[in-house]
Design a protein around this ligand. Structure first.
Ligand SMILES: Cc1cc2nc3c(=O)[nH]c(=O)nc-3n(C[C@H](O)[C@H](O)[C@H](O)COP(=O)(O)O)c2cc1C
Ligand SMILES: CCCCCCC(=O)C(=O)O
Length: 356
């Protein structure tokens, strides 16, 4: 089977995964308006290509937090990779290392942070953190990933409660018994009481607030990136609280339905931040020209979620490599066709503002 674009992987995954797993990965909240708009919003944006600029050589490299990556696309944190492929996050980790890009590992991985790190010892990794009611649990995992060489903490702030994903409720979705949230093996699993996805309900702390960002800073020396900002007001607060980066994200439309597409929020946040911290984004990136548009609107790097689990479902590590390689090739081509030789030449002049 020849894979030409990321939607080919989506079709494959839909055909080959169990219905409950497919539904979990695909889910959006409620009516899925925000999930779908994440993709559609890119298609409303038009580019202004420049010509005759000698694009015989093009360079897709960039840096995030001072580290070079081969192109401005990283892997967003998504849970439960062993549902898609038996080696789960270890396969994802190896693919990210091979393509020299950043992998943000989810708190809810089905391999442990130790297994993920040793699968790809030279890989560049950040760790995604949720805040637990039991702060000791959060503190312990932070110290584990520090020791393992993860280079930043990505604090997800848009899940005070899990969004209402209708198919997951209908399917009574939960991890099968042979899979575990490995980072908390023996902690989560032994807790009695109601569950969500096989994880004890009420582990996440809905009282999370800016005070907790200060708390996190007090227990770690790692840079902190806030994931889930959609407004200029919260972007300003993030900068004032001394974080090192922002990920503009609506959790792939899985949390608040009716919120904006992430690409539609990006300029307001970039304009507010004025370069004081790096701004990244995720949600709905499926082609190289989507990446180009996000960079033109000020993102330093974008992250992909669902396409990675589709790649895993297709062929494990090799499938994720193919997903990343296709996106890299498409991005390089879009850059060249719009007259950009390197990422520093990508700017807002590439966007037809009247159509925004
Ligand atoms: C199946 C699935 C699981 C996810 N798990 C997490 C998670 O554990 N932590 C987190 O911060 N975000 C999680 N997300 C959100 C992603 O990090 C990201 O924001 C989103 O998938 C980006 O949209 P895309 O899938 O359209 O690329 C998850 C998303 C999906 C689809
Ligand atoms: C108990 C909360 C489970 C969240 C699982 C991971 C996630 O963020 C998702 O969107 O799914």
């Amino acid at each position: 089977m020849s894979m030409i674009c990321l939607t080919d992987f989506e079709e494959y995954a839909k055909e080959h995964l169990s219905k409950a797993t497919w539904d979990y990965y695909a889910a959006g909240a409620d009516e899925c308006c925000t999930r779908d708009d994440n993709l559609l919003a890119y298609k409303r944006i038009r580019l202004r290509p420049r010509i005759l600029r000698d694009v015989s050589v093009s360079d897709t490299r960039t840096t995030i937090l001072g580290t070079e990556i081969s192109f401005p696309v990283g892997i967003a944190p998504t849970a439960f990779h062993c549902l898609a492929w038996h080696e789960g996050e270890m396969a994802t980790s190896r693919a990210a290392e091979a393509l020299n890009t950043c992998y943000i590992t989810s708190t809810y991985s089905t391999c442990s942070v130790e297994e993920i790190a040793s699968a790809a010892p030279s890989g560049y990794r950040w760790f995604q953190l949720y805040l637990y009611r039991d702060r000791k649990l959060s503190e312990q995992i932070v110290h584990r990933v520090e020791t393992l060489g993860y280079k930043a903490l990505v604090l997800t702030v848009d899940v005070p409660y899990t969004g209402k994903r209708r198919d997951d409720i209908r399917n009574q979705f939960k991890l099968p018994p042979h899979l575990k949230v490995k980072n908390f093996d023996g902690v989560f699993q032994e807790t009695a009481g109601p569950e969500e996805y096989g994880i004890p309900a009420n582990t996440l702390d809905p009282s999370i607030s800016w005070k907790d960002v200060c708390w996190l800073q007090s227990i770690t020396r790692l840079p902190i990136i806030i994931k889930g900002i959609l407004t200029k007001e919260d972007a300003e607060l993030a900068v004032e609280h001394g974080v090192q980066g922002i990920i503009v994200s609506n959790h792939g439309g899985r949390q608040l339905d009716g919120g904006p597409a992430t690409i539609d929020c990006l300029s307001e946040i970039v304009d507010t931040v004025q370069g004081r911290v790096e701004v990244y984004m995720d949600g709905g990136i499926r082609t190289g020209s989507d990446v180009l548009k996000a960079l033109a609107l000020g993102a330093k790097c974008v992250f992909i979620g669902r396409p990675v689990v589709w790649g895993l479902a297709y062929k494990g590590e090799d499938g994720v490599r193919e997903v990343l390689q296709i996106l890299n090739d498409e991005f390089r081509l879009s850059m060249a066709l719009s007259g950009c030789r390197n990422v520093s030449e990508i700017n807002r002049n590439l966007i037809q503002m009247s159509k925004l």
